[in-house]
Ligand binder design. Structure first.
Ligand code: BG6
Length: 479
């Protein structure tokens, strides 16, 4: 089996892809004949490429795993080829470099603008064999039309079964655990609908800004960068019906039904259901950060691109009728947190005169401190208040209870699945297109309504309007 990485000298490859492959090698999960062909435009020999890769791989690999022996074993699997991905004749050179037989996995770790031309050149040269697969990084397009164009091109050369669209959130161990939590626990499974749940919150907060990607990010914004893919996937996993089995088709079919059931946000309701924000200068802890428009690479000091978005969404189906899903995601938040909070309804009548009715909450922490917290109500130990009530947490810490020393990185899982031809954690064509359809309508609506971004200082929890979005319904964000 040969893994061919386009963009092997890029940031993603050094930070995520190669360290993940090294981890798999360290765990003896790569076959003896597994090899890597690294491709980039850089004029380098294989030795120079590996010399440049080594410190990066070492930096991002768990220090306890690193050894010179491991590195030498891994390096002996790697070859390097310099080529210009935009020149179709260069692909003949690639075809003669590939191993003669066996599975070929082509990984596009390049800017999405190159996907179409790489795909066409691969298909028109002798690079593809009967057992070829293609792995793509998000974003697949910038809207529905461009996404469809990429998918059409892929479709000419690869079947859906050969196509692996990555959303790295699906590779996160805790995201997969969501499926187990829901579908392997009867008491959770039977309390998972509008009869028991009041509302759901999904928060993906990051402390980072736009990490030197201003010109890219300014064309995209937080809705396209995070909601269209990562938050949409989390929403689907929370809301979908149980598939009849864990096959890729089974899971995808159920997820796509959720995206289709999302109530459209249009000009009639966008102002009451969406908040857009952009960070200004501010402090996270002791450190001062510039505002979005003053980030390095900024070309526009009056950009209206959002770095924060909060949305109140509804899923119009039997299970979720009347249950709002509040989503929020932003850059330069006070801390990095990804969590899903299931807020249960209050009991119909409180028989305890010493305490108020406290609804249960199930908090699923995806990162950091991966785990689950069930907020229960128990008796306050006191002689004075005979039946006082207090909220207490049942806490399950995944790392602590797993006996492992680390939680595997998403890319380790996704590589392994692509190698084993398991598509269940990859995104299907219909899902990605339906998701764009919903996001496109929302973006069009805010453009037509002239909804400008609201400023929030770096280190805060977003614009105050985001609090109002939920507070006007008599609820509040879980902090
Ligand atoms: C990427 C986005 O897909 O996900 C980035 O393009 C974002 O803007 C990143 O920072 C967040 O990923 P994680 O795994 O750090 O939550």
């Amino acid at each position: 089996m040969e893994l061919v990485i386009f963009g092997a000298a890029g940031d993603l490859s050094g930070r995520k892809l190669f360290p993940a492959l090294l981890h798999l090698d360290a765990c003896d999960l790569l076959d003896g004949d597994f090899s890597v062909l690294a491709l980039s435009r850089e004029q380098l020999t294989a030795e120079e490429f590996l010399q440049g890769l080594k410190p990066k791989a070492q930096r991002y690999l768990d220090s306890s795993r690193w050894s010179e022996e491991l590195w030498h074993r891994f390096a002996s699997r790697c070859r390097y080829l310099q080529m210009d991905f935009e020149q179709p004749p260069e692909f003949e050179k690639l075809a003669t470099t590939l191993k003669d037989s066996g599975t070929r996995i082509f990984y596009f770790a390049t800017p999405p603008s190159l996907f179409k031309s790489i795909c066409t050149s691969l298909g028109s040269s002798a690079c593809l064999n009967t057992d070829s697969r293609v792995v793509l990084e998000k974003p697949i397009g910038n809207d529905l039309a461009s996404c469809q164009a990429v998918n059409e091109t892929l479709d000419e050369y690869f079947t859906e079964r050969q196509t692996y669209r990555i959303d790295h959130y699906l590779g996160k161990e805790t995201v997969q655990n969501l499926l187990v939590l829901r579908f392997a626990n009867r008491f959770i499974n039977t309390q998972w609908d509008q009869s028991c749940i009041d509302h759901v919150q999904i928060t993906v907060a990051e402390t980072v800004g736009i990490e030197g990607r201003w010109s890219y990010y300014d064309q995209v914004g937080q809705l396209r960068d995070m909601v269209q893919n990562h938050l949409m996937q989390l929403l689907c996993l929370v809301a979908m019906e149980p598939p009849n089995s864990m096959t890729a088709e089974g899971i995808r079919d159920e997820k796509v039904k959720i995206v289709r059931a999302l109530r459209s946000i249009d000009t009639s309701n966008v102002a009451e259901n969406v908040v857009r924000g952009q960070y200004s200068a501010g402090f996270i802890g002791e450190r001062n950060f510039p505002g979005y428009s003053d980030e390095p690479g900024s070309a526009n000091d009056s950009s209206d691109t959002e770095t924060f978005v909060a949305i109140k969404a509804h899923i119009d189906n039997w299970r979720w009728a009347g249950v709002p899903f509040y989503l929020r995601t932003g850059k330069r938040m006070p801390e990095k947190v990804t969590e899903i909070v299931i807020c249960y309804k209050s009991l119909p009548h409180n028989i305890f005169s010493f305490g108020e009715n406290i609804p249960n909450r199930l908090v699923i922490r995806l990162q950091p401190n991966e785990g689950i917290e069930m907020q229960m109500v128990s008796k306050l130990h006191s002689l004075k208040d005979k039946m006082g009530l207090v909220a207490q947490n049942l806490n399950l810490d995944f790392l602590g209870s797993s006996g492992m020393d680390r939680i595997p990185d998403a890319y380790e899982r996704l590589f392994l699945d692509a190698i084993n031809a398991d598509q269940s954690l990859f995104v299907g064509r219909e899902e990605v297109e339906e998701s764009w359809r919903w996001c496109d309508a929302l973006i069009l609506a805010w453009e037509q309504q002239g909804m400008k971004v609201k400023s929030y200082p770096a280190g805060s929890k977003g614009p105050t309007r985001a609090d109002l979005l939920i507070e006007k319904d008599g609820r509040s964000w879980h902090e």
